[in-house]
Design a protein around this ligand. Structure first.
Ligand SMILES: C[S@@+](CC[C@H](N)C(=O)[O-])C[C@H]1O[C@@H](n2cnc3c(N)ncnc32)[C@H](O)[C@@H]1O
Length: 279
């Protein structure tokens, strides 16, 4: 039991519950813009409008993605895909289309409100091969060596216990299985920003470096670990994230926001991280 880690998870979960139940939820979390139009935000994360048109509107509009991990994954019919921190379910549905009726897609999330939203979207899309379980990504309610793919989209940075998450990924993958996650990574974050709790849930201050990410995955036995692609954020986009993160506190910080955002430019980006469990 790690009470500090539990406290952080509790805060993250409350924040995402609030965001997903807000009347006009802006889709802002790990990725955000100043407009409330959701399709374009998912498009920014790398989803094509064709892809988004294949899922219920509620799934595309409630995406908190910072990438499109499935675009890099050669998921095939009949396979089992596990999505860590599945949120409102956009990646679950895209994976379900790829694995077809003989495959299976499993999502894990700790936030009841997110799970309810995902289940509504799954019903709206009449998917019969998706299941969402409540649980922690640090302690997956999933059998060992049971999945072909682990995907995740802007979630692992939110974990206060990333080594546990990496161990769990290695445990649940079948031998030869593949991990492909899109996540925020960072380097040399300014100290004054690290001291702002509001920036944790927005996927800024919990982010680790690419090197730590790859070392952590190698340490649990994954091989061929590498970054396949990167999406860099410019200052104006970072400013949009920070405004959303600070919410009511924004006026207190607004005079510094542009400067903080400029400080973050080049220090924070979304990476597509790949790893494989040896046969
Ligand atoms: C930024 S959102 C991303 C959601 C989704 N992957 C997407 O692309 O829209 C983060 C999600 O991860 C969940 N989450 C964060 N930390 C978690 C943890 N330690 N265990 C389980 N779920 C977690 C939150 O409840 C939330 O639904």
């Amino acid at each position: 039991m790690n009470s500090q880690a539990d406290k952080i998870r509790g805060e993250v979960s409350r924040d995402y519950a609030k965001r997903i139940t807000a009347p006009e939820n802006t889709g802002c979390g790990c990725s955000c813009g100043s407009s409330a139009s959701k399709g374009p935000l998912a498009t920014l994360a790398g989803y094509s409008s064709d892809q988004l048109s294949t899922v219920p509107e509620g799934a595309a509009s409630s995406s908190f993605a910072c990438g499109n991990p499935l675009a890099y994954a050669g998921v095939k019919e009949g396979e089992v895909v596990l999505d860590l921190g599945s949120g409102a379910g956009l990646d679950l549905m895209l994976a379900a289309q790829k694995v077809g009726p003989t495959g299976r897609v499993l999502g894990i999330d700790m936030t009841d409100e997110m799970i309810a939203k995902a289940n509504n979207n799954i019903r709206a899309g009449s998917y019969s091969n998706i299941e969402v379980r409540k649980g922690l990504i640090e302690e997956l309610p999933v059998e060992s060596a049971s999945v072909d793919w682990v995907i995740s989209n802007c979630v692992i940075n939110l974990s206060p216990e990333k080594e546990r998450v990496f161990r769990e990924i290695a445990r649940v993958l079948k031998p030869g299985g593949t991990m492909l996650v899109s996540d925020i990574v960072a380097r040399d974050l300014p100290k004054e920003l690290l001291a702002m709790p509001a920036l944790y849930s927005s996927c800024i201050t919990g982010a680790i470096s690419e090197e730590e990410y790859l070392d952590g995955l190698e340490a649990v036995g994954l091989v061929d670990v590498k970054v396949l692609d990167r999406l860099m954020y410019d200052a104006s986009l970072i400013e949009g994230y920070a405004e959303e993160a600070l919410g009511e506190a924004v006026t207190e910080f607004s005079s510094c926001l542009a400067s903080y955002s400029r400080q973050l430019e080049g220090r924070i980006w979304s990476a597509k991280v790949y790893g494989r469990k040896p046969l």
